[in-house]
Design a protein around this ligand. Structure first.
Ligand code: SAM
Length: 217
């Protein structure tokens, strides 16, 4: 597939999967029209699945999330150009790239070394100098760089990890899928004067968040 054909597929993705399903945040729509999602999908799954309407396997039994979920969660973060963002679950690196286009700095943590290495190399190749890839257990957050204006967890947690909540800045926003291993509700947690408010965004299905404050396997 040529670059023009990938661009056309991306345009259709934004139009049919995002705009027509109610994503209204023009900044999010614009970056998803521009970031080459096909580069984050394994070559063996291109071109067919690069812009398909669902999660796509990326190896190590993990997935790159459905474009609609990426858009919905990113819009809920209400990112500003000065924001410091923490992502738990680097996976392919796609969500980190989307956040990096809209925010100041992104820290992204992945627990699987192969995925961490692959995403770090690709993000460097694509020129994302404001993304810091970290290998480790994201359920404990990243105290040395806290607080964060926005936290996005892209794996399903049994509960909201307290460590992460404590690393949210005043007026910070966190999005996180919470539920059992098979299905979750995507929550938005917002800090207002030190008190945290929860809002349910949508039902969803993510791979499990595995770690000290997540599932144990
Ligand atoms: N955001 C990713 C993307 O754009 O491709 C998709 C993430 S995938 C649905 C979930 C990722 O979370 C997997 O790569 C998985 O290994 C990772 N993960 C699960 N538990 C984790 C933990 N405690 N710390 C860091 N990463 C974790």
């Amino acid at each position: 597939m040529s670059q023009d054909e990938f661009r056309a597929a991306r345009h259709d993705m934004v139009d049919y999967q995002l705009r027509r399903r109610g994503i209204r945040d023009e900044a999010v729509l614009e970056v998803m029209e521009h970031v080459p999602r096909h580069r984050f999908v394994p070559e063996s799954r291109r071109p067919a699945e690069a812009y398909s309407d669902g999660p796509v396997p990326i190896g190590s039994s993990q997935t790159i999330s459905q474009p609609y979920m990426v858009a919905l969660m990113t819009a809920a973060l209400e990112l500003k150009k000065t924001d410091k963002v923490l992502e738990i679950g680097t996976g392919s690196g796609y969500q980190a790239a989307i956040c990096a286009e809209l925010a100041g700095t992104v820290y992204t943590i992945e627990r699987i070394p192969e995925l961490h290495n692959c995403a770090r190399e690709l993000l460097l190749e694509l020129g994302y100098e404001n993304i810091n890839c970290i290998l480790g257990d994201g359920t404990i957050g990243l105290a040395e760089h806290a607080p964060f204006d926005a936290i996005i967890v892209t794996a399903g947690a049994p509960t909201v990890p307290g460590f992460l909540e404590k690393q949210l800045a005043p007026d910070g926003r966190m999005v996180i899928p919470v539920g059992d291993r098979m299905s979750q509700v995507c929550l938005k947690v917002t800090d207002r004067s030190g008190k945290h408010h929860e809002e349910r965004l949508t039902a969803c299905t993510f791979v499990p968040l595995i770690g000290r404050h997540g599932w144990n396997k």
